[in-house]
Design a protein around this ligand. Structure first.
Ligand code: SF4
Ligand code: SF4
Ligand code: SF4
Length: 325
């Protein structure tokens, strides 16, 4: 165990800082949004891999997890999530694939739905992570820190679309609690955080435009303008909108000729792993309890302290906790 008491304190204060920062910006809607026009996406027929998917994988490949093997199961589970031998999988979200093109047939017509993080205005993933590993950025994107994430998957549990995906055998839990907490790091689209901070568009947006030009599926830009554009097109062309109200609003707006209720029904009938529920309220907006969250964070920190003490003294975490009383 290499983590010193000083290291632990630094980690704890980083955790608290990130935790508080993650929640202080939670009401901000953010600067940017993406409009995704389902009537224009053909799923990149005749391409070996959809351009948007390839662009995301190429751009982010340096950040994909390289797990330390053998991967051990962590208490109390007997299994772990390892996608490292399935890196080529492109038809679903994985720690190595942060966008995929979902296909659904409605009235004999295939609809292609690029799926990635919705970047919610008030993201439950940010608010509910006990380690403060997620933050909502001023640009509107929610971002997971691979330095703070323990892989407990709370973010996936509370995400209405179950977007973040876990890879075991990587992350800080290996240094702190390899057997007792977490189990890896969660990965998802961060809206190309470094690019958008520099005023550049996300890689998937550019890749689709390079292929389709004026008919590109994605339009990325100022959030207010994107919302206005979606509403204008919906009104003028009789299109339906998804993402502007769901989960209290998001920075990813879909427009479609087919009602989203119909798409939802078809995805449900197919028992798809990733659904598109239309009636979707933000459950935590009215129930957030900051006192409870602070108590939870303190509990996590003291649990970590006890575990570190245990590892150092080779006692069980419970014994170490008792001996500090
Ligand atoms: S969004 Fe664009 S790049 Fe992605 S599958 Fe559809 S057409 Fe291809
Ligand atoms: S879609 Fe899920 S992972 Fe993305 S910001 Fe919203 S709650 Fe978080
Ligand atoms: S915005 Fe960036 S990280 Fe997100 S899916 Fe597109 S390319 Fe990937």
């Amino acid at each position: 165990m290499n983590l010193s008491r000083r290291g632990f304190l630094a980690f704890s204060s980083m955790l608290c800082g990130s935790f508080l920062l993650g929640n202080s910006a939670d009401a901000a809607k953010g600067k940017y949004a993406t409009l995704i026009d389902l009537s224009k996406c053909d799923g990149c027929t005749n391409e070996p891999i959809p351009r948007c998917v390839k662009a995301c994988r190429d751009y982010n490949k340096e950040r994909f997890p390289e797990p330390k093997k053998p991967i051990l199961p962590y208490w109390p589970r007997k299994t772990y999530e390892d996608w490292s031998d399935k890196r080529d999988k492109i038809d679903t979200l994985t720690p190595y694939n942060w966008i995929f093109v979902q296909k659904v047939n409605i009235d004999d017509k295939q609809i292609n739905i690029p799926r990635r993080c919705m970047h919610c205005d008030n993201p439950p993933c940010v608010r509910e992570c006990p380690f403060g590993a997620l933050t909502k950025q001023p640009e509107g994107n929610s971002v997971i820190s691979d330095k703070l994430c323990f892989g407990g998957a709370k973010c996936r549990d509370v995400c209405p679309w179950h977007i973040p995906q876990r890879q075991a055998g990587v992350g800080i839990y290996l240094q702190i609690l390899p057997k007792y907490a977490g189990g890896g790091v969660m990965y998802k689209c961060d809206l190309c955080k470094d690019r958008i901070k520099n005023g550049e568009e996300p890689a998937c947006v550019i890749a689709c435009r390079d292929r389709l030009g004026q008919n590109a599926v994605f339009t990325f830009g100022d959030r207010n303008q994107i919302y206005e554009l979606a509403q204008k097109r919906a009104k003028e062309e009789g299109l339906y909108i998804y993402g502007d109200k769901q989960n209290g609003g998001t920075s990813t707006i879909y427009i479609s000729k087919v009602p989203f209720e119909t798409i939802e029904k078809a995805l449900k009938a197919n028992k798809e792993r990733f659904q598109m529920p239309v009636k979707l309220e933000n459950k935590i907006e009215s129930t957030f309890n900051p006192i409870g969250k602070i108590a939870l964070a303190s509990g996590v920190i003291s649990m970590l302290g006890a575990a570190i003490g245990a590892i150092k003294s080779k006692k069980s975490p419970k014994e170490a906790e008792d001996s500090e009383k």
